[in-house]
Design a protein around this ligand. Structure first.
Ligand code: ADP
Length: 205
């Protein structure tokens, strides 16, 4: 039987990576022997290209294609083989990040960037079985990231407001797949919520 794909989404500083790390140590989750992964991928040609693009003044369409190339590489090298062998896969960011972020960055270039970027993925991506949206006000997440030092161009307040709007729209349009979590709570609370929902989901499916 095909495994299950769970994704963690949300704006920068919403606490995805913190919770992903906690889940890796959580005995109830570890019992399923999950594969933890992320986008952009780490230590790969495509993932490194994305990281460089994010940190520099790269053309926004070029950036989209680098992210998309990395998504293809992620699918073929990690996601598909794991799902094929029946594993549970948990990814810190996935295609919804592309829809939300590039849905904003490409607004001046394309008439309907969200639909355009979704179309670009259609037919070859794998839609997650369950997606957690770590929802938080950008004012709070940016404040958290302040501790991280220099902010990337993706961490600007106005920009993140628009990204959050698209994430919320995607969640509203796909209620069977999305679970919206209040990410302004403590990371312990969020971890507990996410763990409960993952266990519920795995018991049902
Ligand atoms: P993301 O992966 O979504 O960008 P991170 O997990 O890297 O977010 O968290 C961003 C910053 O916020 C880090 O400094 C982290 O320690 C802090 N942080 C994460 N979750 C919480 C939380 N629930 N409450 C307060 N601070 C948090």
């Amino acid at each position: 039987m095909r495994g299950k794909l769970i994704t963690l989404e949300g704006i920068d500083g919403s606490g995805k990576s913190t919770v992903a790390e906690k889940l890796q140590k959580n005995p109830e989750i570890k019992a399923f022997n999950p594969v933890f992964t992320r986008e952009p991928t780490r230590g790969t040609l495509t993932g490194d290209a994305v990281e460089k693009a994010i940190q520099s003044d790269t053309d926004q369409l070029a950036e989209l294609f680098l992210f998309t190339a990395d998504h293809a590489e992620h699918l073929s090298k990690i996601i598909k083989p794991a799902l094929k062998s029946g594993k549970l896969v948990i990814s810190d960011r996935y295609s919804d990040s592309r829809y939300a972020y590039q849905g904003v960055t490409l607004k001046t270039r394309l008439e309907n960037p969200l639909e355009w970027v979704k179309d670009l993925h259609r037919g070859w991506t794998i839609v997650p079985d369950l997606t957690f949206l770590f929802d938080i006000r950008p004012e709070v997440s940016v404040e958290r990231c302040g501790k991280r030092g220099e902010q990337s161009k993706f961490e600007k307040l106005e920009f993140l407001r628009k990204v959050r709007e698209i994430f919320l729209r995607l969640a509203a349009e796909n209620p069977e797949r999305f679970i919206v979590i209040d990410a302004s709570r403590s990371s312990e609370y969020v971890e507990k919520e996410v763990t409960e929902k993952i266990l519920e989901f795995l018991n049902r499916n």
